[in-house]
Structure formats: C-alpha cells, structure tokens
Design a binder for this molecule. Structure first.
Ligand code: HEM
Length: 329
C-alpha cells in the first residue's frame, strides 16, 4: 500500500465512522417527523398505536413445511409446530375507524412466532401488493403532504403533487381491498428479507400469506354497509366455531430483482415456496390489554432469517419504537 492509499483508506474509515451516528440520527429524525405527521392527521390517542391503531389479537400455531427447513436454519422453520400470537389491524391511527372504510385499508397481519428455544421472530405484513414509497423519507413526505392538503389547499394539493411525482404510490394504493373477513384476505410482506440455510446459502424473498379458504373481497357498497366493527368482531366469532388457516409463502427473488425498492413487485412467475401453515385457533380473552403489551418489529429475527438492504425496514423499526414508547406511557 502506498501512503496515498493508506491515507485514502484511513480517511474512508474515519468518514464511515463519523457518518454512522449521523445516519442513525437522520433515521431517528425522519421517524420522529413521521410520527408527528401521523399524530397531526389522526389526532392523539393515548395508549394507541400511531398507525394500525385498531386491531384484534388471536392465537394459534405455525407448522413449518419440509421446504422451509431446506431454505433456512431458523428453528421456527424446522420440526414441531410453534405457538404464535397474531394481530390483525385496520390502517390509520384512528382507534374507532369503521372496518369497512376505504381508509381502513391496508389491513395488517402481524405474527409473533414463539419457539421453545426463545428465538422469537416477528413478521409484519399488510394487504397492499407493493408499497407506495421506497424509503422512510418518502413516507414522511407523503404524510406531511397529507397534513397540508386540507379542503382549503390550492390545487394541485401537496398530496396530488406527491402522487404525480411518485407514480408507484397511487398504483400501490389502488391494490387496497376490503375483505369479508380478516381470515379471507391475502397479506404481503412487501419488504425483502433473506433466508439463510445451514450451509450459509442466502435467498432474498418476500412473504405472501394466503388464506386457505381463499380471498373474498367486498364491493365498495357492501363494505360501507357493514357494521363499524364487523372485522374485529367476526374473527373471534369465527374462531369460536372453527380454526382459520393461512399458507405462509416465500416469493424467492431471482438475481436482479430489486430488494431495496418495495414499490416494485417481482414478476409473478417467481418461485413461491410454501414455508408452512399458520393455524389460528382462538381469540385472546382481552384483546385491548393484550395489544398494549405487544410490539412487532420487522427486524426481530432469529438466526437463519436476515433483513435485506431494503431501507424501509430500518425506517419502520425506528418509527415502531417511537410509537411503542409513546403508547406505553
Ligand atoms: C416507512 C414505512 C412505515 C412506517 C413509518 C410505518 C409506521 C408504523 C407505525 C408507527 C406503526 C405502529 C407501531 C406500534 O405502535 O407498534 C405501524 C404499525 C404497523 N405497520 Fe407500519 N409503517 C411503515 C411501513 C409498513 C409496511 C411496509 C407494512 C407492511 C408490509 C406495515 C404494516 C404495519 C402493521 C401490520 C402494523 C401493525 C402492527 C401491530 O399489529 O402491532 N407498515 N406502522
């Protein structure tokens, strides 16, 4: 190494070291601004999530497939069934939103896998096929644009300008659909994660969680005509009669499929591996109390599953932590 290259390498290292806290700081600031914009849009509802405030908590098990164990060394994907706690939710920070409202889309499905060895895993999905934006900064900008687009805003409003500048956003939002039941909707992980097998082989993938009974979507008129709590009330009633099953699928990326842009769905011919079956068996006795203590973090992963380079994952982690801190006070 010449002196010049050593100096270059050192300078690079120093800059990287100096930049790391700055980047973390930026992400935290963006997340703070995101939560502030959510609060402005939805109001302050102490004890409730800043987004996906309305939901219902249920329990069951996940039974992994043989194919899952071949793709990942995580204990959740090998051997016996694993207990799970699951929360279904409506979008927005409005705890009283009518379940059939257009704004209650996308609905959420969050799963906490609780294997006996303690290597917990969280999977947090929604019913959009792909996401409106690729980064935390863009998501904040969208929310801020919404706060500035009230009835008196001049045309085109900030949110109309945002949509024009981000053509994936209206396309993604158009994939939102209101189901007849939380148990009859397909949920998408949107972000890419990585399965790592026992030999260290890595496969980028996206979750797709598909109801065994099939998807059942309501017309806009039928959705509006439903009672305000029809989704959160129907699921416990259904579970009192019969279990509900979903297939947990992994859409495996091919080289060149973008892992750091959640606005781009991968081609439909990509391999879909069945990782196992999620079987929901009962509602928890007091969902309101249960959901307060629950925190689902997209980066809460065991060995054998890793985050990808998708920047949205860290943006989410930062925002969820702030929301959890606020709602726990
Ligand atoms: C930058 C992007 C995003 C931001 C800033 C964001 C923000 C939030 C916040 C603040 C919460 C409340 C967390 C809590 O208090 O526990 C939340 C919940 C949730 N988000 Fe996101 N989100 C983002 C992207 C996504 C994506 C891509 C998905 C799904 C693919 C998603 C699905 C959900 C779900 C299902 C919940 C409810 C979790 C639960 O049941 O506890 N979000 N989000």
């Amino acid at each position: 190494m010449t002196h010049a290259t050593i100096r270059g390498a050192l300078l690079g290292a120093v800059l990287t070291l100096a930049a790391a806290p700055a980047l973390a700081q930026d992400a935290a600031t963006t997340a703070e601004q995101t939560i502030a914009a959510m609060t402005k849009i939805f109001g302050d509802h102490p004890g409730k999530r800043s987004n996906h405030a309305k939901g219902v908590v249920v329990e069951g098990r996940f039974t992994p497939s043989k194919d899952a164990a071949a793709l990942s060394k995580a204990s959740v994907f090998s051997g016996a069934a694993v207990p799970v706690t699951v929360r279904f939710s409506d979008a927005t920070g409005l705890p009283q939103i009518p379940d059939g409202a257009l704004e209650a889309n996308p609905h959420g499905l969050s799963i906490k896998f609780k294997p006996a060895d303690g290597s917990e895993m969280d999977v947090v999905t929604n019913s959009l096929k792909f996401f409106p934006v690729a980064t935390g900064e863009e998501f904040r900008d969208l929310l801020v644009a919404i706060t500035r687009s009230g009835p008196d805003a001049p045309k085109p409003t900030p949110v109309e300008q945002f949509m024009a500048a981000h053509p994936a956003a209206p396309k993604a939002l158009a994939t939102a659909r209101t189901p007849s039941s939380f148990a009859r909707q397909v949920y998408h992980g949107v972000n890419a994660f990585v399965l790592v097998d026992a030999a260290g082989k890595r496969n980028a993938f996206r979750y797709r969680i598909v109801p065994v009974a099939g998807e059942e979507i309501l017309s806009a008129d039928d959705a509006r005509a439903k009672g305000p709590n029809y989704l959160v009330e129907e699921l416990p009633a259904r579970l009192a009669k019969e279990p509900v099953a979903f297939r947990v699928l992994a859409q495996i990326a091919q080289p060149g499929d973008p892992t750091k842009d959640s606005t781009v769905p991968w081609p439909e011919d990509r391999r879909l591996v069945d990782l196992g079956t999620l079987t929901l068996t009962k509602a928890v006795p007091d969902s309101q109390t249960a959901e307060k203590a629950l925190l689902f973090m997209p980066n809460n992963l065991p060995e054998g599953v890793e985050v990808s380079d998708d920047p949205l994952i860290d943006a989410r982690v930062q925002a969820y932590a702030i929301s959890f801190g606020r709602r726990s006070q």
